[in-house]
Design a protein around this ligand. Structure first.
Ligand SMILES: Nc1ncnc2c1ncn2[C@@H]1O[C@H](COP(=O)(O)OP(=O)(O)OP(=O)(O)O)[C@@H](O)[C@H]1O
Ligand SMILES: [Mg+2]
Length: 268
């Protein structure tokens, strides 16, 4: 299972929009996919989950899209943080919680809340790829520096930080200059840029991935391009992992039995 975290310290940069659209594409590529919404809510479910009273599978719901499931936000992010705090294995707790997902999904996408917390730390530690939507403003340089420093200080060499520009308005000189400047400084930034546009905003109102209702749109193509880049990085990552461990890469075979199985409770 590939784990993709979508993260930025900052709020409102397009994390959730990115997570949902990447997840849709992943599922469309035949990968059973689950999005875990880690945004704050307070229903106490996190506590249950952390204590292991609720098997993780009971909190997964199917979406109306094939092969795409969701772990909704009715986990208390704050409580989860508190509980993470109490445990000495906090650094690996999220990884443990994710274990049962491994047999069922080829791709797990973690939609992070903004800010720095034990939850986001866990995500950074667990992710194969950390996708970082960046606003084209000078502050983003500082944010990226901090993020790279944070990860380096913890020796998490396995996490592949993949920033990309989000909400770019090419008509604005400041955006254009910032994009050029940051690209020169941070070669890790992906080529795909998500433009600022009302079609992205409308997605929130429709509560659906853009590709599900406007597959031929430029916006849908943008996310396909973003997915291809991320997928390419994940592939070279798993090849190097396989090379390190001396085993051949086995390609994931989508198991149609998993789709719509009783394991994932249907919606409604
Ligand atoms: N490319 C875009 N152009 C214009 N608006 C966008 C774009 N991407 C997302 N939006 C809008 O910007 C707002 C914030 O996006 P989103 O919720 O994805 O950000 P977020 O980083 O997840 O926010 P939070 O930190 O609050 O979770 C939403 O209203 C969304 O519809
Ligand atoms: Mg969000």
């Amino acid at each position: 299972m590939e784990i993709i975290g979508v993260y930025n310290f900052k709020g409102g940069v397009g994390k959730t929009t990115t997570a949902v659209n990447l997840a849709y594409r992943s599922a469309a590529e035949d990968w059973p996919t689950v999005v875990w919404d880690l945004d704050p809510q307070d229903t106490g479910a996190a506590k249950e989950l952390i204590r292991g009273q609720t098997p993780l599978r009971d909190v997964v719901v199917a979406t109306e899209h094939e092969r795409l499931d969701l772990i909704p936000a009715d986990f208390s992010y704050r409580k989860m943080d508190v509980h993470l705090d109490k445990r000495h294995d906090a650094a690996t707790l999220l990884l443990k919680l994710m274990r049962p997902l491994q047999e069922r999904y080829a791709c797990l996408i973690l939609d992070c809340p903004p800010g720095l917390s034990l939850v986001s730390e866990n995500v950074m530690h667990a992710a194969d790829a950390l996708v970082v939507p960046l606003l084209p403003t000078p502050l983003s340089a500082r944010m990226l520096e901090q993020l790279f420093a944070f990860i380096a200080a913890r020796h998490w060499h396995d996490v592949n930080v993949l920033p990309f520009f989000s909400m770019v308005d090419r008509r604005r000189a400041l955006h254009k200059e910032t994009v050029a400047e940051l690209r020169a400084r941070f070669p890790a930034i992906l080529k795909t840029e998500v433009p600022y546009g009302s079609e992205f905003e409308r997605m929130a109102a429709r509560r659906a991935p853009i590709e599900s209702y406007a597959p031929a749109s430029a916006a849908a193509e943008t996310y396909r391009a973003l997915w291809r880049e991320i997928d390419g990085h994940l592939m070279s990552l798993s090849n190097s992992r396989a090379a390190r461990s001396g085993t051949a890469t086995t390609e994931f075979a989508a198991d149609s039995d998993l789709i719509g199985s009783p394991w994932s409770a249907g919606r409604g």
